[in-house]
Design a protein around this ligand. Sequence first.
Ligand code: LLP
Length: 428
Amino acid sequence: MNHFEYQNGQLCAEGVSVADMAAEVGTPFYCYSSATLARHARVFLDAFKGQPVRLCYSVKANSNLAVIATLAAEGAGADIVSGGELRRALAAGIEPSQIVFSGVGKTASELAFALEVGIDQFNVESEPELELLAKLAAERNLVAKIAIRVNPDVDAKTHEKIATGKAENKFGISWKRAPAVYAHAAELPSIAAIGIDVHIGSQLTSLEPFEAAFKRVASMVEQLRREGHAISRIDMGGGLGIPYRGDNDIPPHPDEYAALVKRTVGRLGCELTFEPGRMIVGNAGILVSRVIYVKEGDDRTFLIVDAAMNDLIRPTLYEAFHEILPVEEPSDDERVTYDIVGPVCETGDYMAKARSLPRLKAGDLIAIMSAGAYGAVQASTYNTRPLVPEVLVHGDEFAVIRARPDYDEILRQDKIPLWLQPDKSSTR
Ligand code: LLP
């Protein structure tokens, strides 16, 4: 459920008209709903009521400080994958004790910073990373709490670019090798291997792959305990999918997911950490764009809009489907089939192909739905398009939570060296 609905013929985010925001902020822009963010965090946590679980929101899905702070107010911690995300989580008010650090390529400076601020858990993804972390922790007289991310060799049955749990993927340590790595970790005085971690992919729409992975993790915990390791935590990763096509593709409800978790790992009595990203923010955001031109091609009609692949790369990168709604509620049933494309000079620059929409004209606004996760965070300035701004709605009010940069700001980031500035180079 989300809070983007038509009210008196106009699409609104909670109590604010999308068209009013567009008039003030300009297009394109991302718009997020606080109530939807909070609701999704609560639905997730409610599914596990009475159990020792924590939600470490996967910051990569949407790392705006205001979004993280909204979720922190609901009790969320953070799952981070870089020193930059760690700084964001801290700046948004998340306690280091609620932060877990994932990722295959943590650098020495990122690990050192995370140790120094005292994050709760490192999800270790390789043996060289374990060695480096042990060394950095020992140098600081610290003990790093770790979970080893195991690769369970399970097919997540999602888009190949976002499946992470097969043996051929770069993620985690093979479940076959993991016991040997735990044995080695036990010999490192600056390491406390207290947990196990698994994450098999994103946008999972069935429970079956989760079940296979969680069962493997459960038997691994039993084996590790038999071998003398005190495993008290499981990090279950993220990955629960969201509906992108309205009522036509309903992924498992968090309640069903929670029942599966209980069934597969409940008997172990471990503390559970979850790292959902998309499930929390995906349907809490839209990308608002304006039609620049309607262009008639030989065999199709192009709706050329001012949002492009640099603002939302998901359609072209993952063949992702995002529902598109006119901001003004259609008054009749007439439908036209459009290719909705952006201004970027690539054929891959599209939001949707062969999409049936109400008839639209230049100047009309559209909302690209379910764009709260992996939208703004994957935006770029390709074609020297200013980074797309973000707006957060809260009831009847809204705030710009990242402003559109102006062109001077963008150009100032580049520097022309002295040898290309004849006037100045002569005075060197
Ligand atoms: N934990 C780890 C270790 C992850 O790698 C990810 C996502 C998550 C948690 C959160 O997964 P979620 O609950 O959001 O599915 N850009 C792609 C998705 C990439 C997912 C990367 N890892 C997209 O737009 O579909």
